[in-house]
Design a protein around this ligand. Structure first.
Ligand code: GAR
Length: 204
């Protein structure tokens, strides 16, 4: 059966949404031994692994160990879900077309950290989240799905984060499901989604 490996660094609510959608998760791996999400995965009987980046001499060594562990599960897709490490080109190349990420902004706007604070500072009226295939450029790559929400006049970064996160939990499991069903592929750096027009509505 096809499966995914999910990489997390913290809370793991996107990982939880993917698990609760009934998608086949072979393992959850974290670079952070204290990641709260590890506990949830364990309670669901999902194998977990910690590969602490602080115990490696450099990024290359960490990424190599990470890839080696991921590959023992032979996943069809590697899912970054709040995995807060920059990945090397060698790692990204190894998983070309089968490595996805979710980011809390409408990319290409606001790559990086503190997206909700920056969205408010810039006064944008529409904000949201993006699922994309990963390239070696941070928070960049062919876009699979986006969900948009209006920014309200009284919004705080926390309020905005809460509403965006609800959208993340909606579109990420759907994108993963499509990939596993063979309806989503990356062809020469272009995203191809083969679904009925009805089910594509969930992606915006
Ligand atoms: C999510 O909002 C995700 O989009 C973001 O981290 C959060 C993780 O939450 N990812 C990034 O900023 C990646 N650049 P979670 O651990 O509860 O899924």
């Amino acid at each position: 059966m096809k499966s995914v490996v999910i990489l997390i660094s913290g809370r793991g609510s996107n990982m939880q949404a993917i698990l609760e959608a009934g998608l086949p998760v072979a393992a959850v791996i974290s670079n952070n031994p204290a990641a709260e999400g590890l506990m949830f995965a364990q309670t669901r009987g999902i194998p977990t692994q910690v590969i602490d980046h602080r115990t490696f001499p450099d990024r290359k060594a960490f990424d190599a160990a990470l890839a080696e562990t991921i590959d023992t599960y032979q996943p069809d897709l590697v899912v970054l879900a709040g995995f807060m490490r920059i990945l090397s080109e060698a790692f990204v190349d190894h998983y070309q077309g089968r490595l996805v990420n979710i980011h809390p902004s409408l990319l290409p706007a606001f790559p990086g950290l503190d997206t909700h604070t920056r969205a408010l500072q810039e006064g944008v009226k529409i904000h949201g989240c993006t699922v994309h295939f990963v390239t070696s450029q941070l928070d960049h790559g062919p876009i699979i799905a986006q969900a948009a929400i209006p920014v309200l006049t009284d919004d705080t970064p926390t309020m905005l984060a809460t509403r965006v996160l609800a959208q993340e939990h909606r579109i990420y499991p759907q994108a993963v499901r499509w990939f596993l069903q063979g309806q989503l592929t990356l062809v020469e750096n272009r995203v191809e989604i083969k679904t009925t027009s009805d089910s594509q509505e969930v992606l915006y």
